[in-house]
Design a protein around this ligand. Structure first.
Ligand code: GLP
Length: 260
């Protein structure tokens, strides 16, 4: 994996956005994988700024969200469908018809999950998947001990994840207990992964994912098996890494043709 450590959360968002801009300029019909949570918000804000400035044309971009709560009322401001709409589709001006979120209201969950996988496949697969990471190492909502081969399915949220996400809800009891999430196998099928993390609350998860053993106890560690995974973090999230000098040296000496 390439590990890029930057001084501030804002720079993390800017650099990740720059990689996406570069990709969309090369391939206008890019299929993006979208993550929710606070970590990628700076990426979306920067992409929206690039669109407004006329530097980025996203008219042919399609996108698939990683996950969705199960049973959350339609139109609830914290449903991931609402969040993706508010934070990504509207500010970037994406075509809503080309953006899908797993259907957490489906009566037949298994069929809905299979259809979601088929839709990703029919779109030609995800070109670049944006990822955050949970404090317990989850990516998407693949909680610890998720199968590395898993595909889109229902999961029970870990108590820590529910507690972490309670900040988005008025009442902590309102946080759903279940979700639909792309599986680790689904995520690994994306052609490129860009994981962003900011703040020392993520330092333990980042150290486990980047330098720990590959283990389903830290689902993010599966990125070590991906052919093209980039981890972009700020100094605080890099706190528990042991090879920080090497990562900084590598980035400082990155060949110009590889830069973004
Ligand atoms: C959420 C999402 C993940 C996200 C993670 C971290 O619950 N399902 O996709 O990466 O938890 O969230 P945050 O970026 O807000 O710290």
């Amino acid at each position: 994996m390439e590990i890029i450590i930057l001084p501030s959360p804002a720079e993390v968002g800017k650099l990740a956005a720059r990689r996406i801009v570069q990709l969309v300029q090369r391939k206008p019909a890019t299929v993006l994988g979208l993550a929710t949570g606070s970590s990628p918000l700076a990426i979306y804000a920067e992409l929206a700024a690039q669109v407004r400035a006329g530097h980025l044309d996203v008219s042919r971009v399609r996108a698939f969200a990683l996950d969705e709560y199960v049973g959350i009322p339609p139109g609830h401001p914290q449903s991931y469908a609402s969040v993706i709409n508010r934070e990504v589709v509207e500010p970037l001006g994406l075509d809503p018809a080309g953006v899908r979120v797993p259907d957490g209201r489906a009566h037949d969950i298994e069929t809905a999950c299979a259809e979601y996988e088929a839709a990703i496949h029919d779109a030609g697969g995800v070109d670049l998947q944006i990822l955050g990471i949970g404090a317990n190492g989850h990516i998407g909502f693949n909680e610890p001990t998720s199968s590395f081969a898993s595909r889109t399915r229902i999961k029970t949220l870990a108590p820590q994840t529910r507690a972490d996400n309670a900040r988005f809800f008025e009442d902590p009891d309102e946080v759903p207990t279940h979700c639909l999430t792309q599986g680790l196998g689904t995520i690994m099928a994306a052609r490129e992964l860009v994981l962003v993390a900011q703040g020392e609350g993520k330092a333990g998860a980042i150290a486990a994912a980047v330098e720990g053993p590959v283990s389903s106890m830290c689902p993010g560690s599966i990125l070590q098996f991906h052919q093209h995974a980039t981890v972009i973090i700020d100094d605080a999230a890099a706190r528990d890494l042991t090879l920080t000098d090497y990562y900084r040296y590598t980035y400082a000496n990155k060949p110009a043709w590889q830069r973004f």
